[in-house]
Structures are given as structure tokens and as C-alpha cells.
Design a binder for this molecule. Structure first.
Ligand code: NAD
Ligand code: UDX
Length: 480
């Protein structure tokens, strides 16, 4: 029986290994982590992450061929294939701070693999890493290996949160990069055989190591660039009376462009896009390519611009001040169908409003008050360092309250902001919400999910991204 061990029981390690266990009953899969609470949660009825379809799979496989454990060394020692899916955050201090990937967690995992191994292994980069990381990992493994042979593969993960299980069941492609040597080809083939249990062979792409590593950064940069492109257009739409949904539709019907990933929004969030593009920018700079670095940096700049623009629109529409006004935030997760708040645009929007002394009342169906308070008190880039290493901030942001109901959150509010596109927000009773709000009642839809005409009929002053402006919003003197 092939034994797989995955170091890192997070958003990638957990779902990916659960699907491998489901699709390969003949493979034993152990997911290990240094975080005791995380592993305890994986072994309980309350999984540490919310992902549609995940719970069923874990329940089917756990205890049969899927195990979650903190005994990292034992499972690594026994494994034939070791996936490494640990955090690769942005460095917060030192050389490359604010841009470069922090490979501390990866390096410590590699050193541990070398220390405890007693047999040859395939080590798979599952984390997103800078191109050429495999070379550094090889050096660590080889210099500490006591004669054991390691083959390094790059097998980046392309799942998106909220759709992780269907993405893993039907991936557009699986990418495996390896050394172009007989041993390297053999290792690639071994991993290919695991995926071939459910992924058609034509969709398993094999490349050299550097192409696989770079393709992951490139794919995220291209995806984020589409969002920044449509968001840049949304600002121009507001100035000209064009409607960004109509523009995106017209542009996306060109088969060379395609319709996906063209939804204008308050800005992209999530643990990957910003971090990976900053890393790409840093790699370009280090390789003497400042023009290329500048090009990709614009994707982040437009995203920051879009979040600021949203806050400024709220403040300027509300007589240029939100001081002591109650602003209800519907949705805090970075997208629907996840409880993940890493780099969610809601953090920047809330911080912007708090800077203007607003009172904020937040409702999200999947995010806890503790998480929201942690996010609003945390320093930029600290979020991706494993939670158990971060002391919980004792300070809470007093102007923020968290409710477990949209009606409670919006009661007596001056304004409502929709920051996550949760389906349930579409079917709320907005007449009831309007009746219980201060007047004039404002709605700022950061996801373009609400029925603007209906809201205006009720009496709301409405702003949606990239749509023709409400006369009120348009006629407000430009203070900003
Ligand atoms: P995560 O924070 O959810 O999980 C990482 C886990 O690794 C944590 O539980 C942490 O405790 C554990 N860990 C860290 N160092 C360890 C060590 N030395 N030994 C054992 N466990 C250790 O992160 P994630 O979202 O799963 O992302 C992991 C990697 O995958 C990152 O490189 C990320 O960029 C990449 N990625 C993420 C996504 C996504 O949607 N989240 C998608 C594709 C790729
Ligand atoms: C992304 C990549 O899609 C995935 O392939 C990679 O493995 C990890 O990073 P994820 O961050 O989980 O996945 O979600 P994604 O669906 O890409 O959304 C990222 C952000 O962009 C979210 O905040 C989302 O709301 C936003 N978005 C997405 C838009 O604003 N408009 C769109 O059209 C699409």
C-alpha cells in the first residue's frame, strides 16, 4: 500500500488529501500538522474549515485510509510520498519584507523530513513557492540525508475556496513538474498514477520543475489581473454612465477573452492573490526585470485603489462623515461559501470606516466574532503565520460589534454595505431592513448582488460598483 503523508492540515492539505483518500482507497493518507487544535478539529465533528462537500468525504474516509495526526515525524518517516502544504506567507521583516515569500515553515519541514527519514522519498511541493525553491529544498535534503535519496516534485494546487471539492474532483488540469532525469521522470510517473485514479490522463500536465513552480504564480497573477482590469473599468463606468455588468458581458463574449472572472467587486481578497503577486514582483526585481515587476505591481495597486474608492464613496455620500454613524457590514469572508477571512477586502473597508470613527455592526454566516476582532487588530501580513504561534490580541476594537443575524446588524443603521456575495443576502426582506434604519437609508453593494431598482423603489439610496450612479450619490459635492 502506497503511503502518503501531507505536512500542513490547512485549506489545501485537508481537502486535497481527503479527496485523494476517497478516490484512492488503496492509498493510506496521513495529514499532519504542528497545530494541536487544528488536528483535534479534523478529528472531531466540527472541521476546522468550512467547505461545501468536505464533511461528507472526511466522514467516509477518516479512520479507514485517512488519518489526521500531530505525530508529524512518525508519519513522515513511514511515507513514500510526502506532500508539503505549509504556509508560505509574505515576509514581515528583513530582506524583501512586504514582498518576498517567507520560507521559514517550508525550510523547517524540509529539515525535519531529512532528519527523520530512513527510506527514499518523493517530496512534493504543494504550497505555492517562489520559482527555484525546489533547488533550495534539494540542497537542504541532500546535505542532511545520510545517504537517503529524495526526488522533489512541484505539484501546485489550483483549487479555489468555496468550490474546493468540485475543483479537486474535476480539475481543469493537474500540473506535475520534476527533474528531467530518469529518477525525476520515475517520480513524476508515481505521482501521476495517484491522480490518474480519477483525473483523465490528458489533463495531467508534466513539465520541468521551474515551469511548474512559475505556472502557479503566473496563473494567480493572470486571474487577479482580470479582476483588476474589470475593477479599473468600473471606475470609468461610474464616471461615464456605462454599466460594468454590460461592459463585462460584451467583452467576455469574445471567445478569446471568455466570460469568467469578470465580476467587478470591492476588490479581490483571499490568501493567495496578493501574496503571490507580491512574490512575483520580488522575483522579477531580483532577476533584474524592474519593468516586469512594475507591470504586475499595478494589479495590486488597482485592487487597493478599488477598496479605497469604495470607502470614499460611502463617506462622501453620507455628507462626508460617518463619525458615530452605525454602518452595517453584511459579509466579512473574502468570498461566499467559505469562513476564510484572509486578506478579505472587508478588513480594509472596515478599517477605513473605523478611521472615520464609524460604529460598525457586522454579520457573516460563517465568521466568528473572535476571528473578526483578530483580523481588525492584526498587523498587515501577520495573518499567514500559523495561528498557534500568534498570541491572540487582548485588545478588541470597541467600535465593532458582531451579530448573528442580518436584521439585528442593520437595525438603526445609517448605511448597509454588502461585502461578501452570500446567496442569503439576495433574499433578505429589504423593506423590513429599510423600516428599521435611520433615514436617509443608504446601501453600498460591493458585490453587485442586490436588485438596485427594487431597493430604490423601497426608498434606499443605492450605490453599486460600476453602475450608473444614483442622483443622490452623483450630486454629492466631491469632498474627496
Ligand atoms: P493554511 O494556513 O490553511 O495551512 C497551513 C498549515 O501548515 C497550518 O495548519 C500550519 O499549522 C501548518 N504548518 C506550518 N508549518 C508547519 C510545519 N513545519 N510542520 C507541520 N505543519 C506546519 O494554509 P493553506 O491555505 O492550506 O495554504 C498552504 C499553501 O498552499 C500556501 O503556500 C498557499 O499559498 C497554497 N495555496 C493555497 C490555496 C488556498 O486556496 N488556500 C490554494 C492554492 C495554493
Ligand atoms: C484563488 C485561485 O482562483 C485558485 O486557483 C488558487 O488556487 C488560489 O487562489 P481563491 O482565492 O480561493 O482562489 O478564490 P477566487 O475564486 O479566485 O477569488 C479570489 C477573490 O477574487 C475573492 O475575493 C473573489 O470575491 C474575488 N473575485 C473573483 C472578484 O472580485 N471577481 C471575480 O470575477 C472573481
Amino acid at each position: 500500500m502506497v503511503k502518503i503523508c501531507c505536512i500542513g492540515a490547512g485549506y489545501v492539505g485537508g481537502p486535497t488529501m481527503a479527496v485523494i483518500a476517497l478516490k484512492c482507497p488503496h492509498v493510506e493518507v496521513a495529514v499532519v500538522d504542528i497545530s494541536v487544535p487544528r488536528i483535534n478539529a479534523w478529528n472531531s465533528d466540527q472541521l476546522p474549515i468550512y467547505e461545501p462537500g468536505l464533511e461528507d468525504i472526511v466522514k467516509q474516509c477518516r479512520g479507514k485510509n485517512l488519518f489526521f495526526s500531530t505525530d508529524v515525524e512518525k508519519h513522515v518517516r513511514e511515507a513514500d510520498i510526502v506532500f508539503v502544504s505549509v504556509n508560505t506567507p509574505t515576509k514581515t521583516t528583513g530582506l524583501g519584507a512586504g514582498k518576498a515569500a517567507d520560507l521559514t515553515y517550508w525550510e523547517s519541514a524540509a529539515r525535519m523530513i531529512a532528519d527523520v527519514s530512513v527510506s527514499d522519498k518523493i517530496v512534493v511541493e504543494k504550497s505555492t513557492v517562489p520559482v527555484k525553491t525546489a533547488e533550495a529544498i534539494e540542497k537542504i535534503l541532500m546535505h542532511n540525508s545520510k545517504g537517503i535519496k529524495f526526488q522533489i516534485l512541484s505539484n501546485p494546487e489550483f483549487l479555489a475556496e468555496g468550490t474546493a471539492i468540485s475543483d479537486l474532483f474535476n480539475p481543469d488540469r493537474v500540473l506535475i513538474g520534476g527533474r528531467e532525469t530518469p529518477e525525476g521522470f520515475k517520480a513524476v510517473q508515481t505521482l501521476k498514477e495517484v491522480y490518474a485514479n480519477w483525473v483523465p490522463e490528458g489533463q495531467i500536465i508534466t513539465t520541468n520543475l521551474w515551469s511548474a513552480e512559475l505556472s502557479k504564480l503566473a496563473a494567480n497573477a493572470f486571474l487577479a489581473q482580470r479582476i483588476s482590469s474589470v475593477n479599473a473599468m468600473s471606475a470609468l463606468c461610474e464616471s461615464t454612465g456605462a454599466d460594468v455588468t454590460q461592459v463585462a458581458y460584451a467583452v467576455g463574449t469574445d471567445s478569446r477573452i471568455g466570460p469568467k472572472f469578470l465580476n467587478a467587486s470591492v476588490g479581490f481578497g483571499g490568501s493567495c492573490f496578493q501574496k503571490d503577486i507580491l512574490n512575483l514582483v520580488y522575483i522579477c526585481q531580483c532577476n533584474g526585470l524592474p519593468e516586469v515587476a512594475e507591470y504586475w505591481k499595478q494589479v495590486i495597486k488597482i485592487n487597493d485603489y478599488q477598496k479605497n474608492r469604495f470607502v470614499n464613496r460611502i463617506v462622501s455620500s453620507m455628507f462626508n462623515t460617518v463619525s458615530n454613524k452605525k454602518v452595517a457590514i453584511l459579509g466579512f469572508a473574502f468570498k461566499k461559501d467559505t469562513g476564510d477571512t484572509r486578506e478579505t477586502p472587508a478588513i480594509d473597508v472596515c478599517k477605513g470606516l473605523l478611521g472615520d470613527k464609524a460604529q460598525i455592526s457586522i454579520y457573516d454566516p460563517q465568521v466568528t466574532e473572535e476571528q473578526i476582532q483578530r483580523d481588525l487588530s492584526m498587523k498587515k501580513f501577520d495573518w499567514d503565520h500559523p495561528l498557534h504561534l500568534q498570541p491572540m490580541s487582548p485588545t478588541t476594537v470597541k467600535q465593532v460589534s458582531v451579530k448573528w443575524d442580518a436584521y439585528e446588524a442593520t437595525k438603526d443603521a445609517h448605511a448597509v454595505c454588502v461585502l461578501t456575495e452570500w446567496d442569503e443576502f439576495k433574499s433578505l426582506d429589504y423593506q423590513k431592513i429599510f423600516d428599521n434604519m435611520q433615514k436617509p437609508a443608504f446601501i453600498f453593494d460591493g458585490r453587485n448582488v442586490l436588485n438596485v431598482d427594487k431597493l430604490r423603489e423601497i426608498g434606499f439610496i443605492v450605490y453599486s460598483i460600476g453602475k450608473p450612479l444614483d442622483a443622490w450619490v452623483k450630486d454629492m459635492p466631491a469632498f474627496v
